[in-house]
Design a protein around this ligand. Structure first.
Ligand code: SAH
Length: 496
C-alpha cells in the first residue's frame, strides 16, 4: 500500500509568466502529475520534470476540447490515492471563479490532504496592466468581483450591484456584455460611468477598449474583442488613458520569431519580451560537442575564439585535460565580439583583442598589427576560412580546432506556422537560414513567409545566405551581435 499523495490547488496567474509565484514554480518543478487548465501561461510547464504526467483538464468557452469537471476531479483523486504529488494548475487564482473551492471540498470528503497556492487574479492584474487600479483614493473605495456568466440572470442582484459604491469587475461573459450593461443601467447605474474591457490582459497581445457603460457593449462588438476578457465598470476605468503602460512598450503587439538554438536563445527572447513582443521560439539549430584529443594550448601565442559556444567548449576541452584558465596565460586571446568576450570573462579571461566589426573580416583587421607565430582558431565545424587564411598569409602556423558542430533541430508544425505568420523573423547565422527554409519547404502548405513578415539578419554573412535563398533582407544589424540585432529591429519597428 502506498501512502496518499497530496494535491496542490495552484494559481498560475493571468498569463504573464512573470506573475507565476515562487511557490507555484517550485511545486511545478516537483510534481508527479500536473492537471492544467487552458488559461495558464504558455511557459508555465517548462520547469516540470521530464517524467511528470501533464494532463489537460481545461474548459473551453465555445466548443473545442473540454474535460468535464467530474472527470478532472476523479483523475485528481485517483492520482493522489496512488501516492502521487498532484498539482492542479489553474489560471489566475484558484479560489476566484476557478472552481477551486469545489475541488477542495471533494478532496476534503475523500480525506486527501491539500494545499492552496494563491495566484494573481485576472480581475486585478489584467486591469493593472491596462493602467486601471481597482481602487483609487477619491474614485473607488471598494471593488466587487462578479461573474458575468450565471445560469440564470436572477442569480445576480442587479439592484445591489447598481448601488455598489465602488468598482465592478466582471469575469467571463464578455459575450453577454450588452445584457450586463443594460441590466445595470435599468437598475439605476449611471450610463455615463466609465467602463473598459481588457482582452488578453498581461499578455503581449493585450488590448483595452474603453467607453461608457452605455456604449461599451457596442464598441466591444465592433472591435471584435474575444476571450479571455475582463470588464470593469467604474470611475477608475478612465485612468487607463493616463496610466496604460504595457501597450506603450516599443514592441507591444508585435510577434517576433527566434530561430537560433534554444540554448542560446534565452537572452534574445528575454530582451524581446521585455520590449513587449510576443516571442515565438522556433529553434532550427542545436549545437553538439565534438570529441577531440586533450588540448595543450601552451604552444600558441594567439588564440582566436569565434563564438560564445566556442569559448565554453574551449574550457570544457581544457577541463577534460585537467587544466584551467592558467593554461592560456602565455597566449593573447582574440574574441570575435561582445557575446564571446562575455563568455570568456565568465571563465576568468579578459580578451586582449576585440574587433570593431563582429565578423571574421573585422577580427582579421584587428589582428593586422599583431605579430603571430603560432595561432589556434577555436570555432564550429564548417566555419569560414577567412581568419585562418589571413593568419597563414601573415606567416603564422595555424591550427583550426573544431570544438562543436551545428546540427539541424526539427521544427514542430505549430512553431513553424507561428513563425511564418510573425511580424519579424530573426536569423542569427547562415545555418539558421538554411534550416528554417528547409523546414518551411517541408511544411504542409509548402510554407512561405507571410507578405508582411520582416526578415531580420544579424549581419552580412547571414544576409548573403538569405539572398541566396531568394529572400529580401528587410533589416540588417549594423553591429553584428544580439544587441545590434535588437537595436536594428527596434529602429525598424519604430517606423512602422
Ligand atoms: N481563476 C481565474 C478566473 C477564471 S474565470 C482568475 O483568478 O483570474 C475565467 C475568466 O477570467 C475569463 O473569462 C476572463 O474574464 C478572466 N481572465 C482570465 N485571464 C484573463 C486575461 N489574461 N485577461 C483578461 N481576462 C482574463
Amino acid at each position: 500500500m502506498s501512502t496518499t499523495g497530496r494535491v496542490y490547488l495552484v494559481g498560475a496567474g493571468p498569463g504573464d509568466p512573470g506573475l507565476l509565484t515562487a511557490r507555484a514554480l517550485e511545486l511545478i518543478a516537483h510534481a508527479d502529475v500536473i492537471l492544467y487548465d487552458r488559461l495558464i501561461p504558455d511557459s508555465a510547464l517548462d520547469g516540470a520534470r521530464a517524467d511528470a504526467e501533464l494532463l489537460f483538464a481545461g474548459k473551453q468557452g465555445g466548443g473545442g476540447d473540454s474535460v468535464p469537471q467530474q472527470q478532472t476531479e476523479a483523475l485528481m483523486l485517483a492520482r493522489a490515492l496512488e501516492g502521487k504529488s498532484v498539482v492542479r494548475l489553474k489560471g489566475g487564482d484558484p479560489f476566484v471563479f476557478g472552481r477551486g473551492g469545489e475541488e477542495a471540498l471533494t478532496l476534503r470528503t475523500a480525506g486527501i490532504p491539500f494545499e492552496v497556492v494563491s495566484g494573481v487574479t485576472a480581475g486585478v492584474a489584467a486591469l493593472a496592466y491596462a493602467g486601471i487600479p481597482v481602487t483609487h483614493r477619491g474614485l473607488a473605495t471598494a471593488v466587487a468581483f462578479v461573474t458575468g456568466r450565471t445560469g440564470d440572470d436572477s442569480e445576480l442582484d442587479w439592484q445591489a450591484l447598481a448601488a455598489f459604491p465602488g468598482t465592478l469587475v466582471f469575469y467571463m461573459g464578455v459575450g453577454r456584455l450588452a445584457q450586463i450593461a443594460s441590466s445595470l443601467i435599468a437598475a439605476g447605474r449611471d450610463p455615463s460611468e466609465p467602463a473598459a474591457v481588457v482582452e488578453a490582459g498581461t499578455l503581449p497581445t493585450q488590448r483595452t477598449v474603453g467607453a461608457t457603460l452605455q456604449t461599451i457593449a457596442e464598441r466591444v462588438q465592433r472591435e471584435g474583442v474575444g476571450s479571455p476578457s475582463i470588464t470593469v465598470v467604474g470611475a477608475v476605468a478612465a485612468l487607463a488613458e493616463q496610466l496604460a503602460w504595457a501597450t506603450r512598450k516599443p514592441l507591444a503587439g508585435r510577434t517576433v520569431a527566434v530561430t537560433r538554438a534554444r540554448a542560446q536563445a534565452s537572452g534574445l527572447a528575454r530582451s524581446l519580451r521585455e520590449l513587449g513582443a510576443r516571442v515565438v521560439q522556433a529553434p532550427v539549430v542545436r549545437t553538439q560537442r565534438l570529441p577531440g584529443p586533450a588540448l595543450d594550448p601552451t604552444a600558441y601565442d594567439l588564440i582566436c575564439v569565434t563564438s560564445p559556444n566556442a569559448a565554453n567548449e574551449l574550457f570544457e576541452r581544457l577541463a577534460a585535460a585537467g587544466r584551467d584558465a592558467r593554461a592560456l596565460a602565455g597566449a593573447r586571446i582574440a574574441s570575435i565580439g561582445p557575446g564571446t568576450t562575455d563568455a570568456l570573462a565568465r571563465h576568468g579571461i579578459a580578451a586582449d583583442i576585440v574587433p570593431e566589426r563582429f565578423v571574421a573580416e573585422g577580427l582579421v583587421q584587428a589582428l593586422a598589427d599583431v605579430a603571430v607565430t603560432r595561432a589556434l582558431v577555436a570555432r564550429a565545424r564548417g566555419g569560414r576560412e577567412t581568419l585562418p587564411d589571413a593568419l597563414r598569409a601573415g606567416g603564422a602556423d595555424v591550427d583550426v580546432l573544431d570544438l562543436y558542430e551545428t546540427v539541424v533541430e526539427p521544427l514542430s508544425a505549430d512553431a513553424l506556422a507561428l513563425a511564418l505568420a510573425a511580424d519579424y523573423v530573426t536569423f542569427t547565422s547562415a545555418s539558421t537560414v538554411r534550416n528554417f527554409l528547409a523546414a518551411a519547404g517541408e511544411g504542409a502548405d509548402g510554407g512561405s513567409l507571410s507578405a508582411q513578415t520582416r526578415v531580420v539578419s544579424i549581419g552580412p554573412v547571414t544576409s548573403e545566405a538569405l539572398r541566396e535563398h531568394g529572400l529580401t533582407v528587410d533589416v540588417e544589424a549594423s553591429a553584428h551581435d544580439i544587441e545590434g540585432l535588437l537595436q536594428a529591429l527596434l529602429a525598424d519597428a519604430a517606423t512602422r
